[in-house]
Design a protein around this ligand. Structure first.
Ligand SMILES: [Zn+2]
Length: 103
């Protein structure tokens, strides 16, 4: 028997996992294109920029998933609230630490 009510954190994790999969696929596809002589129709700089951004997305999403598993601020190890993760899945710090970081 399956539960009909999903934990919001599970929903968020599922969406991040999908995003991770998409970014990984995109990165793989772009890498294949970069090896083609025509670069899949992209000019070299555009393709390099797309690869860099896909790589960043893979890395951000992987970090977000890991952080969600840990659920804590990288600086003070306080829990990062679910509300914050929903708005900013890549949040590395809790709100007070983020303020200190940027302020
Ligand atoms: Zn903190």
């Amino acid at each position: 028997m399956t539960s009909t009510v999903q934990d919001p954190i599970d929903l968020l994790r599922t969406s991040l996992e999908e995003q991770f999969q998409r970014s990984t696929d995109q990165l793989a596809e772009l890498t294949v294109r970069s090896r083609q002589r025509s670069h899949g129709g992209y000019d070299h700089d555009t393709l390099a920029a797309l690869i860099a951004s896909a790589r960043q997305a893979v890395s951000d999403t992987a970090h977000a998933l890991r952080r969600m598993a840990e659920g804590s601020c990288e600086r003070c190890t306080a829990d990062i609230s679910l509300q914050r993760l929903e708005i900013l899945p890549h949040a590395r710090f809790c709100v007070p630490c983020q303020r200190r970081q940027t302020g």
